[in-house]
Design a protein around this ligand. Structure first.
Ligand code: APR
Length: 232
């Protein structure tokens, strides 16, 4: 039976594809106010601004290409049973050929009808793939509700977290790539890895977590993946 590798990725894996990360210097949260463009309250206050923020990011994604790190992660499927859990809302893991990708924080290319102020629930069959199209105020779902990004805003719960915990808890090897591990619940996922599972973390910055099982490969994602493949 093939060994199971679970890969948890963050913005850093897409940095070499031209996407700014969030918290690095020059990152997105220096350019935008997260409370305005990516929070539940921000959506209620000014949905047009939020839609425009995601329209711009969706447009940028259209021509973006996966980099060697996304490709190396997809290539792991040749020899391993691989689950990718990503905090990223881009589709670069899919473009690289990964077949099992769980998006913890939603997907840029999808939208869904908004519900109420306190109800953010949705059914899978309400989610609409808009590809790289713009979505504007007044664009409605078949049920007559305004379409909103299929994104987990700050202040909203993470519906896929239970599935992610189950995946990590069954990992033989956990690989973490390009995340500052500052945003929960994703940041706590590694703690569910079995005690026997080695954990590799690829990131050019110092890590904010301490766990004796973690081997830190201090490099950018593309170079770090090469190193990881050598260590395997
Ligand atoms: N290769 C690998 N890692 C990199 C690279 C690179 N080329 N460049 C930067 N990094 C690392 C940084 O050192 C940092 O640790 O990527 C990490 C990016 O961290 P964040 O910007 O905090 O992104 P992330 O951890 O994915 O953020 C989590 O926060 O705002 C939200 O919803 C958003 O999913 C996102 C979540």
């Amino acid at each position: 039976m093939k060994k199971r590798i679970v890969v948890l990725t963050g913005a850093g894996v897409s940095a070499e594809s031209g996407f700014a990360t969030f918290r690095d210097s020059g990152g997105l949260w220096e350019q935008y106010n997260v409370e305005d463009v990516a929070s539940h309250d921000g959506w209620l206050r000014n949905p047009g601004l939020v839609l425009d923020f995601y329209n711009a990011r969706r447009a940028q994604l259209k021509d973006a290409k996966p980099n060697a790190a996304h490709l190396a992660i997809a290539g792991l499927e040749k020899d391993y049973d691989v689950d990718v859990i990503t905090q990223n809302v881009d589709n670069l893991h899919e473009k690289a050929g990964s077949t099992r990708v769980l998006h913890l924080h939603g997907e840029l290319t999808k939208v869904r009808p908004e519900k109420g102020i306190y109800d953010i629930s949705f059914q899978e069959d309400e989610v609409i793939d808009v590809g790289y199209e713009e979505v504007k105020l007044g664009d409605l779902a078949p049920n007559g509700r305004q379409l909103r990004p299929h994104i987990v805003f700050f202040g909203e719960s993470v519906p896929a977290i239970e599935k992610a915990i189950d995946m990590v808890s069954r990992a033989d090897i956990l690989l973490i790539v390009g995340t500052s591990l500052q945003v929960y619940p994703a940041a706590g996922l590694y703690r569910y890895a079995p005690a026997s599972a080695p954990i590799y973390l690829i990131d050019p910055a110092d890590v904010s977590v301490y766990d004796r099982r973690i081997t830190h490969i201090k490099a950018v994602a593309t170079a770090g993946m090469q190193k990881f493949l050598e260590l395997l």
